[in-house]
Write a protein that binds this ligand. Structure first.
Ligand code: FES
Length: 89
C-alpha cells in the first residue's frame, strides 16, 4: 500500500502549550496520539518525518496544529486560509 504524503490537519488554530526547555520531535504528519509531539505513528502511514526542535527557555509555544505553517513547527497563521476556518468573534 502506498503511503500518504499529506499531513492530517488536527486543528484550525495554534496549539498553545507551556513548554519546558529541551529537545523535542514535532509531529509533522498529524497522526500522533501525543500531539504535537511525534509518537512514531508516521512510520506506518506516511513518509513524513518529525521535525526536531530545541526550545531554549520555558514559554507558551504556539505549535502549528494544521501542519500547513511555512515556519513549522510553529504557527504562522496559515490555518486562517484553510476551509472551515472561523475567526473569533
Ligand atoms: S507521528 Fe507524526 S511525525 Fe511522527
Amino acid at each position: 500500500m502506498e503511503k500518504s504524503k499529506e499531513p492530517i490537519i488536527r486543528g484550525l488554530k495554534s496549539l498553545r502549550l507551556l513548554t519546558e526547555p529541551g529537545n523535542y520531535m514535532y509531529c509533522a504528519c498529524g497522526r500522533t496520539k501525543n500531539n504535537p509531539f511525534c509518537d512514531g505513528s508516521h512510520r506506518a502511514e506516511t513518509d513524513i518525518k518529525p521535525i526536531p526542535v530545541n526550545i531554549k527557555f520555558k514559554y507558551e509555544v504556539k505549535w502549528c496544529d494544521c501542519r500547513k505553517s511555512k515556519n513549522l513547527p510553529f504557527c504562522d497563521h496559515s490555518h486562517r486560509l484553510l476551509p472551515g476556518y472561523q475567526p473569533k468573534k
